[in-house]
Design a protein around this ligand. Structure first.
Ligand code: FAD
Ligand code: UDP
Length: 412
């Protein structure tokens, strides 16, 4: 069935058992699970004019399926997660390949044995590869930080090369910080791989929804018991009541349309926005996307090219490689990373992880601890660098808890 859309000013809040803010994977999976497993009537509040969060895709003017909020490639090791999503879409077995543009020469990323031959020539590369295998083991992933800590002189040359030619400039563009300054988990996402495997991910399940993500979300949210209000910002329709008047006073209740809502409220947006930034805004990086369409079948040799030593954009993605779409023309997208300064105009894409920012987030989170029916989940609401698979997994876990609680309540 199709999605039930409603205008917020026309809904009767009393006819809902649960409210979900945001229709990305975090919110949509929870909404569908509550509807399916506990017969709950769920209201989704979404501030954008469409569902699917950052996974949203659509056909552009040239008829090419493009991702509007950054290239999204599904990859997971969890069978539970993949089986769950398989209910809502067939999948194309796409495997993502990324090349670094190294002064006009393409080199696989993650940096691997094949990249090594391009960088050092076959003879020297053979020796270095042997050393890497002896030191770390074959088919091993080694983070750039781990590689730079080694004490072998020749491997130090490899580490230095990878640091300077793969990580330094890209990381500076993406984060406005050097690789030393970003949280180690960030660069660890793309380790050096002592392998001939040129794929960006090695997960068991990888691919793209056959008709795109938006269609998958339409399928997931197309349920009698789910209603979606688009163009509705939770911060504008939630009335927050606090235990007292102090700055760190915790939440007592959330009223919607004049009445304290007692069912589960699942919030997947940025937490600082909910509290009108009372402790200052949480730091994020944002992105600008620039699309270009060409009358050529393909523009790039693979899904994404990373510009690790030149250009002011970080990467270019060519969607046809990802989606398998065929045709005579193509659309590519350049990503420009920016500081997140204006919530009215920009989207917070990446939490900037460090101790200070996490403590800042925790101060906001503490305000919600007192409200047992309020649940935070998702990349924004948890201030984490999560991929889609982890979001789906967490949403399934939270749903399980909420369904159990609802059933216990219904039994009473
Ligand atoms: P979102 O998808 O951001 O959804 C949150 C929703 O809440 C949005 O629709 C938003 O409009 C809504 N919202 C926020 N505040 C409010 C409010 N106050 N009121 C109403 N609605 C609100 N992951 C992968 O696994 N593979 C990839 O290839 C990949 N590529 C990525 C590329 C980029 C550029 C980025 C930024 C992320 C990428 N990710 C990728 C991560 C992926 O986007 C996230 O894991 C996923 O979007 C998280 O889902 P979510 O539901 O938590 O958040
Ligand atoms: N990175 C890099 N060069 C690359 C690829 C990644 O320096 O060619 C670093 C950079 O800091 C980036 C991080 O590794 O932000 C994580 O990369 P990933 O591709 O996972 O980023 P995402 O797709 O989440 O933007």
């Amino acid at each position: 069935m199709s999605v039930n859309y409603a205008k917020f000013n026309e809904i009767d809040i009393e006819s809902f058992d649960a409210v979900v803010v945001g229709s990305g994977f975090a919110g949509s999976v929870v909404a569908r699970q509550l509807a399916d497993m506990a017969d709950m009537r769920v209201l989704i509040i979404e501030k954008r004019p469409h569902i699917a969060g950052n996974m949203y895709d659509e056909y552009d003017d040239a008829g090419i399926l493009v991702h509007r909020y950054g290239p999204h490639i599904f990859h997971a090791n969890s069978q539970r997660v993949f089986n769950y999503l398989r209910q809502f879409s067939g999948w194309l077995g796409y495997q993502h390949h990324v090349l670094a543009d190294w002064y006009g020469t393409y080199m696989p990323v993650p940096f691997n044995k094949n990249s090594m031959e391009i960088a050092f020539g076959p003879e020297k590369a053979a020796r270095l590869i042997q050393k890497l295998v002896d030191t770390y083991g074959d088919e091993r992933k080694v983070t750039i930080n781990e590689l730079r800590e080694g004490d072998d002189e020749e491997l130090a040359e490899v580490a230095d090369f990878v640091y300077k030619n793969v990580f330094l400039y890209y990381t500076q563009k993406q984060w406005g910080q050097t690789p030393e300054e970003v949280d180690p988990s960030v660069t660890a996402r793309v380790p050096v791989f002592v392998s001939r495997d040129d794929r960006y991910f090695q997960d068991t399940y990888q691919g793209m929804p056959i008709y795109g993500y938006t269609r998958l979300f339409e399928e997931m949210l197309g349920h009698d018991s789910i209603t979606v209000c688009l163009n509705t910002d939770a911060t504008g329709v939630f009335d927050l009541e606090f235990l007292d008047g102090s700055e760190d006073s915790k939440l007592k209740s959330i009223s919607i349309l004049g009445k304290a809502f007692e069912g589960p409220i699942v919030y997947t947006g940025p937490l600082d926005e909910l509290f009108i930034g009372r402790f200052g805004r949480l730091p994020y990086r944002s992105l600008d996307f620039v699309y270009e369409t060409y009358d050529e079948e393909y523009r790039l040799p693979c899904g994404t090219v990373n510009y690790t030593v030149t250009e002011d954009y970080t990467r270019i993605t060519e969607f046809k490689h990802l989606t398998g779409q065929k045709g005579p023309n193509t659309t590519i997208m350049k990503e420009y990373s920016r500081p997140y300064e204006d919530p009215d105009r920009q989207i917070p894409y990446y939490a900037i992880l460090n101790d200070e920012n996490v403590a800042h987030y925790e101060r906001y989170r503490a305000l919600t601890e007192s409200l047992p029916n309020f649940h935070l989940i998702g990349r924004l609401a948890e201030y984490k660098y999560y991929n889609m698979d982890k979001i789906v997994e967490n949403a399934l876990d939270l749903s399980r808890e909420l369904v159990a609680a609802a059933k216990e309540h219904q039994a009473r």
